[in-house]
Unconditional design. Structure first.
Length: 435
């Protein structure tokens, strides 16, 4: 497998994907054959020569040391390490992260807000996220932190956005007003239609939560203007009917709908195996086909996985990490401990310091050096590495790379779809995917 190129054919012709810079080119048969021969011989010198003859430049990926110097542009606050649901697969172990239930104090939240805002250069774009557990069990701290961040950002000429991930069971009309006023991106955890969701996300007393959530979410869907209300579906072997789920949630008016497989759970419950991921890929592609049909018909169809993948392809994404963990983004636990991201709350693997003592610069640099995709196996030889970034750090460190075939399969479909849509609906990329 040559790490520099990926060749594929479609009904539109033959294509060369250059891994560096995620660049896609249409090529004629002769050029395709030349690259294919070099690829089959694993002749990297010949591949480099052919790319040079075509005038194709390949940008080097950012070095870990330079990324480690970046400032903080996003923080998530685990304002409530407790939850009223009993989702068996929950990476946060039903919200407690394996410890006792905790609520973040207003003082801790304020310190995190100050860290985010006070060190940012004028004009910076920041994000403050609220997670749990269930963050609305600590509604007062969430709101106070939002107001403080709004004031401090305005005073320093900063742009700040807000997001919250919630199970939706505690939402009320005052939340709708507050979230709308501050333009929140709201993610509602919904794991499929009623029966599938109730099986996976019951209340602690065992009753299903689907109807209670929809009753509280529907008013937000009707009210969303500045705020955006999205649905996130965590996929297990028990809720693989993605097509019906996508259609139902789109019809209900969610701003976007996305799917994410369970790859690592504290108890192993709900984890996806190879066969499950193969079934999920087929369902995802079916959802993608519907997306293509809707876009070709001139309709908006907010299938988040597809929208995001097309946007990344169109931009020529070239990332050495799957996300901003420990680079520009950190998670803060209820007690003020700082982690590489929200998934490492309470986990020493991702501990990065504390609000009181600051970020551990040495640990941060070591993390970014070791987690760089070009240091990972088998990522070094994978054509999808700068689109994927090596996979979720938490999932890889706790379970390994179980989803590589699924990820490559999905990205290959997205490449095919990109070629088709770029020809059929070029305006889509000017108005949607390029933003």
């Amino acid at each position: 497998m040559n790490p520099d190129i990926h060749l594929f054919a479609s009904d539109r012709g033959r294509h060369l994907f250059v891994v560096g810079g995620s660049q896609l080119f249409d090529v004629d048969q002769a050029t395709y054959d030349e690259f294919d021969g070099a690829w089959r011989r694993d002749d990297r010198t010949a591949v480099a020569r052919l790319l040079e003859e075509l005038g194709i430049q390949r940008p080097p990926p950012p070095e870990a040391a330079s990324v480690a110097q970046d400032g903080i542009h996003a923080i998530s606050l685990a304002v409530a390490q407790t939850c009223n649901l009993a989702c068996r697969y929950c990476y946060a172990d039903e919200g407690t992260f394996g410890g006792g239930a905790q609520l973040m104090s207003q003082e801790t939240a304020a310190a995190a807000v100050d860290l985010l805002c006070d060190g940012a250069p004028a004009g910076a774009r920041l994000n403050l996220a609220f997670l749990g557990g269930e963050p609305l069990t600590n509604r007062g701290v969430l709101r106070a932190a939002t107001e403080r961040a709004t004031e401090r950002a305005a005073a320093r000429g900063l742009s700040i956005t807000f997001s919250v991930t919630t199970n939706g069971t505690l939402l009320d009309s005052s939340d709708a007003e507050f979230f709308e006023r501050h333009g929140f991106a709201i993610t509602i955890s919904l794991d499929g239609l009623r029966d599938a969701h109730n099986l996976l996300r019951p209340f602690k007393h065992g009753k299903g939560s689907y109807d209670a959530i929809l009753a509280r979410v529907m008013p937000l869907l009707a009210a969303q203007r500045r705020m955006q209300v999205s649905a996130r579906v965590t996929v297990t072997p028990s809720n693989l009917d993605l097509r019906d789920t996508l259609r139902e949630f789109v019809d209900r008016g969610f701003h976007s709908v996305g799917f994410s497989p369970v790859l690592s759970a504290p108890s192993g419950a709900g984890e996806m195996g190879a066969g499950d991921l193969s079934r999920m890929l087929a369902e995802m592609i079916a959802c993608g086909r519907e997306f293509e049909r809707q876009i070709a018909a001139g309709n908006r169809f907010p299938f988040a996985n597809m929208v995001n993948a097309l946007r990344e392809l169109h931009r020529g994404t070239h990332r050495p990490y799957p996300c901003g963990a420990a680079a520009g983004y950190f998670g803060v636990s209820a007690d003020g401990t700082m982690s590489a991201c929200h998934r490492f709350v309470g986990n020493d693997l991702g501990r990065m310091g504390s609000l009181s003592n600051g970020i551990d610069a040495g640990r941060r640099t070591l993390w970014l050096t070791e987690r760089h995709v070009d240091r990972q196996l088998p990522c070094q030889s994978c054509w999808a590495r700068y689109l994927c970034g090596g996979g979720c750090h938490h999932e890889v460190l706790t379970r390994g790379r179980v989803a590589c075939d699924y990820i490559r399969g999905w990205l290959q479909y997205c490449l095919d779809a990109y070629v088709r849509l770029l020809e059929q609906c070029p305006d889509y990329f000017d108005t949607s995917a390029s933003r």
